[in-house]
Design a protein around this ligand. Structure first.
Ligand code: GLU
Length: 287
């Protein structure tokens, strides 16, 4: 059974950026929001989400530290870094395998597109087209033969089996309400990639538990992914935080800010000598 965190004096929150680009005002809002949610008696933690080593760059990681300092934030050290935690993710995958809720998937993106089309264009789920299930029911002997032949494969969550194990567990978002985690429209998500032995979904769940996070604050763009996290927590019998997904801030034309848009990068404000108070105001956070 999943345990709830005991009520704490303050919340334990985190900011969990990926060093794949420069942070912008949206990240500033998110980091300040997490720090504020920790409040006086709480703890604000930083986690570097650097599992995608091909896209993560040390210079972007340094910029994260500099940008957060510009915002006047301080955080506990040592900072957790996902790249050093592959053993923890492998252990979680082993537990899920023992529960028989994961399976190897040998499909390429092209295979998946072709199969989805053959099935008459799969419905678009909240996180894109769900995996059409091609590898879910491969005979065990064939699976083993392909693995033995060294065929690269990902690992997927069998969502129907997962629901058989843990039902549809509840989760609470403090802005949006209480939900039951239902993966039927999301499908069999990837838990480990061919080239990276974990995925965002698995790592975030394992690490939020390891860091004792009681309140996950992050942008609303990740709201549709939270049912996956809640189901994984139930399967792995991890403590259950609350969530608070905040609205995303947009540019003057109403578009979502992107990491590739250097104009709104926090570094630009740093270089122009803006004060923490000025950047907080630009990010829309009351001082
Ligand atoms: N690393 C994710 C990002 O940069 C955030 C993950 C999370 O807060 O759960 O978008």
């Amino acid at each position: 059974m999943s345990r709830r965190h005991p009520p704490a004096a303050g919340e334990v929150t985190r900011f969990a950026p990926s060093p794949t680009g420069l942070l912008h005002l949206g990240h500033a809002f998110s980091a300040l929001d997490a720090a504020r949610a920790a409040g006086a008696g709480g703890r604000f933690l930083l986690r570097i989400e650097d599992i995608d080593t091909a896209r993560c760059k040390p210079a972007f990681e340094q910029a994260i530290f500099d940008d957060l300092a510009l915002l006047g934030l301080s955080w506990e050290t040592p900072v957790m870094r996902q790249a050093g935690r592959m053993d923890a993710y492998a252990a979680a995958l082993d537990r899920l395998a023992a529960l028989e809720v994961v399976y190897p998937c040998f499909c390429s993106r092209k295979d998946i597109r072709a199969e989805a089309e053959r099935l008459g264009g799969a419905p678009h789920g909240p996180l894109g087209t769900p995996y059409p299930g091609t590898c879910r029911d491969l005979p065990a002997a064939e699976r083993q033969a392909r693995i033995d032949a060294g065929t690269p494969h990902a690992l997927r969550l069998d969502h129907a089996r997962a629901h058989e194990r843990v039902g549809r567990p509840e989760w609470t978002d403090r802005r949006h309400g209480t939900f039951q985690a239902d993966l039927s429209e999301i499908g069999d998500v990837m838990l480990a990639r061919k080239e990276v032995a974990t995925s965002y979904h698995l790592a975030v769940v394992v690490d939020d538990a390891a860091q004792g996070i009681t309140l996950v604050t992050r942008g609303e763009d990740l709201l549709p992914a939270t049912p996956i996290h809640r189901v994984l927590q139930a399967l792995l019998e991890l403590p259950v935080p609350d969530w608070r997904h905040h609205a995303l801030i947009a540019d003057d034309d109403g578009r979502r800010l992107a990491k590739r848009d250097d104009a709104v990068a926090l570094r630009a404000y740093r270089e122009q000598g803006h004060s923490p108070a000025a950047v907080r105001a630009l990010a829309g956070v009351p001082d």
